[in-house]
Design a protein around this ligand. Structure first.
Ligand SMILES: [Zn+2]
Length: 264
């Protein structure tokens, strides 16, 4: 049963990932989201259904455009794969028996939130931007999740206020970094994303999320400089590290905090 749900949600996720790819590109170009056929980024040839089967088309075409032979790039299949795995895992770790309409809404908000973070992660790598409207959708998803309450036990007002303060502090921290370095260290989008990361992680997990985002960012930056892939001065988008830090905090946050407190 669990394996079946995992498979169903995984496949649904792979197709959802293909839609997220579309959003990543169309938000960037300011195009209509639902109207218009997809086309190759390079040769502008309109893509047929054969070119648009998530993951499968990429494998069958050997990672190249059918019409101009230009490599499609690793981001598109990665988005599909990551979304499939995320949706599968969310279903796998959920108790999907006895669903009420309220808990269905709660799960939909978790899946939407996962989609928001996947779009933001890959859009920042691909284009170096954080879409503000996508972050707003993420904030709404967290609010819906809080209201549906049922899944994580009904939320207390005090916890909600703590999480709002955590999110505001994270936003303020990145906003100050953004202003202090005149936008060279952090973009304004990083502050918006930090708010959503804080809201999702909550207090005190937000500390773990920010700690690991800077740690992974520093390690990654060091590797790039040492291997000569990047010069010291050039900027690396920080959004992906914020999201990596969030994922680490959601999985290991509690044990990490307990481990840290054992030293005090
Ligand atoms: Zn092409």
């Amino acid at each position: 049963m669990v394996l079946g749900m995992l498979g169903v949600f995984g496949i649904f996720g792979i197709f959802a990932g293909s839609f997220l790819n579309l959003l990543i590109d169309r938000f960037y170009r300011g195009e209509q989201i639902l109207i218009g056929r997809s086309h190759c980024d390079n040769c502008k040839h309109t893509l047929s259904w054969k070119d648009l089967i998530p993951l499968l088309s990429f494998v069958l075409l050997g990672g190249k455009c059918r019409y101009c032979d230009k490599p499609i790039g690793w981001i598109n299949p990665s988005v599909e794969l990551v979304t499939g795995v995320s949706f599968g895992l969310i279903a796998g770790f959920s108790d999907l028996s006895n669903l009420s309409s309220l808990s269905v809404l709660g799960y939909l908000s978790i899946l939407s939130l996962a989609g928001v973070f996947i779009i933001t992660f890959f859009a920042d790598i691909k284009y170096g931007v954080v879409y503000q409207e996508v972050i707003v959708v993420g904030i709404l998803a967290v609010l819906v999740y809080w209201i549906t309450g049922e899944i994580g036990g009904t939320r207390e007002i005090r916890g909600i206020i703590c999480d709002l303060i955590a999110a505001s502090c994270a936003f303020l921290f990145f906003w100050i970094l953004h202003k202090a370095f005149k936008g060279r260290a952090m973009g304004r989008g990083d502050a918006d994303l930090a708010f959503l990361v804080g809201l999702t992680a909550g207090w005190p997990n937000v500390i773990v999320a920010l700690f690991f985002s800077f740690l992974t960012g520093a390690v990654f930056g060091l590797i790039l400089v040492v291997t000569g892939a990047q010069k010291l001065k050039s900027t690396v988008p920080f959004g992906p590290f914020l999201i990596a830090g969030l994922v680490i905090s959601l999985i290991f946050g509690e044990s990490f905090i307990n481990w840290y407190l054992s030293f005090l």
